[in-house]
Design a protein around this ligand. Structure first.
Ligand code: FES
Length: 584
């Protein structure tokens, strides 16, 4: 029997009052809800019967002094409002009750704005670093049609505000995960967002709030002056002076390209600072603004400044000066860059030397590598093509990385590759002579990493095609349940591609394999950079090599404990209405 009340809700008869009074508690179904009814202190209360924490039946809980306690993990709720006292659990929906002529009637119409409620819940999960709350909020938001960019914006704003030292690996993972979404299977998209948001929460946990410095009064200074001052202040490691330049530059009429150029110039004034992380962070921050909107530029771009100012400058390290002085080689090349670019201008669009130049960069002669790159520019190679060639050479280091190396050496090859990719993406966005120095830095780092290819692992070159490429993907999924499957995994990926398997399906499977593991900053960076490179190379043999490289890197770091995946799985099962307190 259904009745409608003046509030517009849906009021249903759910029980006889005498029955409820006799039993104290009842479990009833009404209007698609399962309700827990309580007779407590001479009043009737109705709440959703699923505990919002992990789904236990609340009618099995206890009520004392108006507080309902779930019997599984003891989350406590105000019986009247459903509000929880334990932030790791959610509020439980409560329903208005009327008693009419000895009958209990409940208004079961939903009253909450689910999207706003879950966005708020996501904020709370970030504030308290509760992964399960983050996972549940993300799943509900996406299941109810919210644009993933909204959750991304929430994480971006949170991460830039609540970490005093600014942009770091949390926001980098967060942005990388959003970049990966188009490559992933539909069911993996919320999981990717969850990983990114949980990484932001973890990376901000315990840090003081960050306050942005004010813009210069009047905003009369032009962008070229601000860029010059910015570089001077980074030179003397003055974070706040430099930050005031950035925030002021954003209030000028400078284009996005000019803003990017200002940051990239400072990030490449010294050699391969902090093994490439500040430049990679810059690239990611700019990508984050492309996704979230440039109205977020002030908190986002100012959060980068400390990374430039406080970085280790690799020209001060022994390996960049001895036995070969790479700094001297580079200084000379940098002086020649404007002229080489001017010479090559008329020939741009005709350069074909990627493979040959990549092999030179992978060789054991730093001077020849730098000279070859300069000659390429003179022959019409564009800034972006040069960046792409170095990124390809860096990927080949990983594709040929011999497993007899120490495990930690994977990081060395990885840092060069992600740096080279960031320089490449930066050159595609805002080409400049300054940022071009980064491509040469990356090439010198590829040179320094050459010991990782002694001996070099052979690139997979399957002789025959496989009749069932899809079966190879299934094998790959099983294979990475075991450690030390680096070469076997690469063989499967290469065989799949040579057998005309759909590359997009391989990318989706690699993404799935990444997401089922516990978060590893480098593996996430590596896969995302490789996907970027692959999307530009696609049907060329070099594209296969890049995917071989990242498959090997992923395999080297799999499997993990997968505990974060378990948290996500719990949230997912709850969203599907499964009972977690029953055996599967
Ligand atoms: S506290 Fe209720 S299911 Fe955990």
């Amino acid at each position: 029997m259904v009745a409608t009340v003046a509030t517009g809700g849906q009021v249903l008869k759910v029980a006889q009052l005498a029955d409820l009074q006799a039993k104290g508690v009842m479990n009833v179904s009404a209007g698609g809800h399962t309700l827990a009814l309580f007779w407590h202190n001479e009043k009737v209360y109705a709440v959703d019967n699923r505990c919002p924490h992990m789904g236990f039946a609340l009618h099995k809980g206890t009520v004392k002094d108006g507080i309902l306690t779930c019997m599984w993990h003891y989350a406590r709720f105000d019986l009247a409002s459903g509000g929880t006292f334990d932030q790791w659990a959610d509020d439980v929906p409560s329903f208005p009750v009327e008693v009419r002529n000895g009958e209990v009637w409940v208004d079961v119409a939903g009253r909450t704005d689910l999207i706003n409620q879950q966005r708020q819940r996501l904020q709370e999960g970030l504030q308290r670093t509760i992964s399960l709350v983050i996972a549940k909020a993300v799943i509900k938001l996406l299941n109810n049609g919210d644009d993933p960019k909204e959750a991304f914006r929430i994480g971006l704003n949170f991460g830039t505000q609540y970490r005093r030292n600014g942009w770091d690996m949390g926001l980098t993972i967060h942005t990388a995960m959003l970049n990966l979404l188009p490559y992933l299977a539909e069911e993996d998209k919320p999981r990717a967002l969850y990983h990114g948001l949980a990484a932001v929460a973890q990376n901000t946990d315990g840090s003081p709030t960050r306050f942005i410095v004010r813009t210069l009064p009047g905003n009369t200074t032009d962008i070229s002056t601000l860029k010059r001052w910015f570089r001077q202040f980074i030179e003397v490691r003055d974070n706040e002076g430099a930050e005031r330049c950035v925030v002021s530059a954003l209030r000028t009429s400078a284009t996005r390209q000019e803003i990017a150029d200002m940051l990239f110039a400072a990030a490449t004034d010294h050699r391969y600072i902090d093994v490439g992380h500040p430049l990679d962070y810059t690239n990611k921050a700019l990508e984050a603004l492309d996704i979230a909107g440039w109205e977020h530029a002030e908190p986002v771009l100012t959060s980068l400044v400390r990374n430039y100012a406080q970085a280790e400058r690799l020209e001060e390290s022994n390996s960049w000066q001895n036995p070969v002085n790479l700094v001297v080689i580079l200084d000379k090349v940098f002086a020649d860059l404007p002229q080489a670019l001017a010479e090559g201008q008329a020939k741009q669009g005709t350069w074909q030397g990627r493979t040959e130049l990549a092999n030179l960069i992978l060789g054991d002669n730093a001077q020849a590598s730098a000279d070859g790159m300069l000659a390429a520019l003179r022959n019409g190679c564009t800034e972006a093509e040069l960046g792409g060639t170095v990124a390809y050479a860096a990927a080949l280091r990983i594709a040929r990385f011999h497993i007899s190396n120490e495990f930690g050496d994977w990081n060395t090859a990885h840092h060069t590759f992600t740096f080279a990719n960031a320089v490449h993406q930066g050159l595609r966005r805002a080409p400049s002579v300054e940022l071009l120095r980064g491509a040469f830095d990356a090439a010198m780092s590829v040179y320094l990493d050459r010991f990782l290819n002694i001996p070099a692992t052979k690139l997979p070159a399957p002789k025959e095609t496989h009749p069932n490429p899809a079966g190879l993907l299934e094998e790959l999924v099983t294979l990475l349940d075991k450690q030390q499957q680096v070469n076997q995994a690469a063989d499967l990926a290469a065989q799949y591609l040579y057998s005309k398997g759909d590359p997009d399906a391989l990318l989706a499977v690699l993404g799935k394999l990444l997401l089922r593991e516990d978060r590893n900053f480098h593996v996430i960076q590596n896969l995302e950079a490789a996907f970027r490179q692959y999307s530009l190379l696609r049907n060329e043999p070099e594209g296969v090599h890049v995917l071989v490289a990242t498959t090997r890197y992923l395999a080297a770091h799999s499997p993990t404990m997968r505990s974060q995946g378990q948290t996500y799985q719990i949230a997912n099962r709850l969203a599907r209405g499964e009972k977690l307190d029953e055996e599967e």
